[in-house]
Design a protein. Structure first.
Length: 424
């Protein structure tokens, strides 16, 4: 077994994700941590603060959704290979096993000076530490007409798993045989670098089986495929042939929802039966409104040792909302890793202990290219104190040699294990 396969097996098993040496953290006076968001980052940090503090720190997690719905694997729902039930898990494990107070609500605003948060339903919550895991929101204004087309239900993004995932699935099912499915990809950075290319692949798999006269257009604002490019391109050529067409340097500037027409800054217009347009992304609205998006008004700078915001004391930001370090993807697995480092740092700070000076992060992204074959990219990142940032460890990961059904089984195991780690 190669070093990369050993790493992949370890990541899937979850052994590389543990926070070593933290089980002996002692109890302290009661402290209160408020966590905003119940995704891969928010749910994980809620659980691990409780665990690493020996259940001595109170944690409230505020999340609008009634259950955890995974963005990773949701592309398979669009392609009809999975159901929404397959990617949906309850939050009951956090509350019943770990004593996290899970509140189905939305945080409307935060007052960093007073250390309070106001809930959308009314009332306020005080905290000693706040963790924002707000995910992403969209810069609709970057593509003229997109917000109106989206509001009308004509042009969807489905980049937040949930009802829109099924809405895009219905559009695909209604598409005529011989029609065109076009996916528009914004310039990086955006949530889940390989995600759009996986979506195009599994949509092509569905069309090949059910609507073989159809076509998939990948309209990419970037100069080339941003993740696992050679592997994706090889799969498109060998599995789908002319059904899949990749067009780089296609930056969308406007859309007409009624005619399903997309306009670009340079290239000719494209008309499609189903337009799946991914908007330009930024940190979640609450982070922006709180003044934490201090990286070009878009992403949040953090102190990577603790993930504390550089704009506000005692507010930590994790997951897709941050300005990432070199080589650090915006992925669910990475948000899970951010959460564990942050949980350990918060527990140490609240209990008067030294923060780990050399934290590590791991990441793996598994991408389906058809119903059974998967490719991966994996990496390990270490904090380097002199540079105050994370850097990828050379030779620690890499990409698949070839697509395989073995990696398909790894992908199934990865999903089950990380969901258990986040929520169990």
């Amino acid at each position: 077994m190669t070093q990369r396969r050993q790493l992949l097996a370890g990541l899937v098993a979850g052994s590389a994700l543990g926070v070593a040496g933290c089980a002996s953290v002692g109890s302290a006076n009661k402290a209160k941590v408020l966590v905003v968001g119940g995704g891969y980052g928010g749910a994980t940090v809620s659980k691990y603060i409780r665990l690493l503090s020996d259940y001595s720190i109170d944690v409230m997690m505020v999340e609008p959704s009634a259950a955890f719905v995974s963005c990773p694997v949701s592309n398979l729902v669009i392609a009809g290979m999975k159901t929404m039930a397959d990617i949906t898990n309850p939050y009951t494990g956090l509350s019943s096993r770990h004593g996290v107070r899970v509140v189905q609500d939305r945080v409307a605003s935060v007052d960093p000076a007073r250390k309070t948060a106001t809930l959308a339903s009314g009332g306020s919550v005080s905290y000693d530490k706040l963790v924002l895991a707000p995910g992403i929101d969209f810069m609709w204004e970057q593509i003229e007409g997109l917000q109106a087309a989206h509001a009308a239900g004509d042009v969807l993004h489905a980049w937040k798993a949930g009802p829109e995932t099924m809405a895009l699935r219905r559009q695909l099912e209604s598409m005529r045989d011989g029609g065109v499915f076009a996916i528009s990809i914004p310039e990086a950075p955006y949530r889940c670098p390989p995600g759009p290319y996986e979506r195009a692949s599994v949509v092509a798999a569905y069309l090949k089986q059910h609507k073989p006269k159809s076509k998939v257009l990948i309209l990419d604002a970037n100069q080339d495929v941003t993740s696992k490019g050679p592997l994706f391109k090889k799969a498109w050529a060998e599995i789908y042939g002319p059904m899949v067409e990749y067009r780089p340097q296609h930056k969308a500037v406007s859309v007409d929802g009624r005619s399903r027409t997309l306009k670009f800054d340079v290239q000719d217009d494209v008309k499609a039966d189903v337009l799946n347009v991914l908007p330009v992304m930024r940190a979640g609205k609450l982070a922006v409104d709180t003044g934490l998006a201090n990286a070009n008004g878009r992403w949040c700078h953090t102190d990577f040792l603790t993930f504390e915001s550089t704009a506000a004391k005692d507010i930590h930001v994790i997951g897709d909302a941050i300005q990432v370090a070199q080589g650090m993807p915006k992925s669910g697995h990475m948000a899970n890793s951010h959460a564990k480092v942050t949980a350990a740092a918060i527990v140490a700070e609240l209990q008067g202990m030294e923060v780990n000076p050399h934290p590590m992060l791991t990441n793996v992204c598994m991408s389906y290219v058809d119903a059974t074959h998967v490719i991966h990219v994996a990496s390990v990142h270490e904090y380097q104190a002199p540079k105050k940032s994370f850097f990828t460890i050379g030779g620690s990961g890499g990409v698949s040699d070839v697509r395989s059904d073995l990696e398909g089984r790894y992908a199934e195991a990865w999903a089950k294990n990380i969901w258990a780690d986040v929520l169990g």
